[in-house]
Ligand binder design. Sequence first.
Ligand SMILES: [Zn+2]
Length: 340
Amino acid sequence: MSRAFQSLLPLSRNRIDRDHLSRSNPELLDERWRGPDSRVLVLHRGQALATAGANPADYDGFGPKPTVAVHPTLDLRSPADLPASVLQHLDAGGVRLYLGFALDASEGLSIDAPLFAISVTDADASALETPGSSWLNLRMVAADLDDVSAGMFTEALAMFNWHSTHTHCPRCGEVTVVESGGWVRRCPREDIELFPRTDPAIIVGVVDRDDRILLGSNALWENNRYSLLAGFVEPGESLEAAAIREIAEESGVIIDDPEYVGSQPWPFPASLMVGFMARVTEEHPAALRPDGDEILDLRWFTREQLADPASGVLLPGSSSIARAIIERWYGGPLPEPEQQ
Ligand SMILES: [Zn+2]
């Protein structure tokens, strides 16, 4: 795996020491929470409170991302400054998620600052807003955030997505309680621990013998949007087997020996995207057969075709591992099509 490739993935940045040893020490966690440098990321309905920046309007994640006038800045609060109603909610069993220590300093954040995250109700979200506040969508702003902010937001969103669907024990239905700084939910009836889950999905840059890349257009997308083929790993299946199966199912193309290139968390709501490159097998010439269900159109693209601004093809944006894999094959950043 190339370190350079991994550095191209905005949601894989992680300048946070997750400090897992402190999670199981409630006194230490309280001490960290009360420390003068500690900071809290506030989420509401999956979006993060910010002092600056906005979600780009009318952007669906494909093609050129609108240029940002103001770089997004998360509104990290000191625990001591949180409204009483927020603290009451946390005391009543709400999730006070410990993210770890900041490994970089930035505006309003010192190095080694303990970092927490909370998710607030509609009423508390309004109470926390100040003039100029905004709520940011990670998928839309990830590439414009600094390293610590991107790592915090990704970690917190993934964890709160898990918490929101694991309020009850999957075995007996009992209400679960939060432990270990938010990293465990315990079923008190059975005394079992439930751990956060992540769902692996593979995404593959398939190339043919002429070194063209295979892109598909999804049934859910508007016209001219093309990306790599991808799909979830099934239980009892290796990553490589999933890559071979998904490409065959969605395109009729047979690949062998998929090679791992890198991975990126994709907490929308709970995926880990695992990237591969693969070649079409010699025995199976490239007869494309879109599944007609998920994938409506499939095409092999040359580098010249993708670089041609007149092609009108819209590729996934800079937050996605799809973009990074396509550019890895291309050999550098692709020019953006001319904006309408
Ligand atoms: Zn149970």
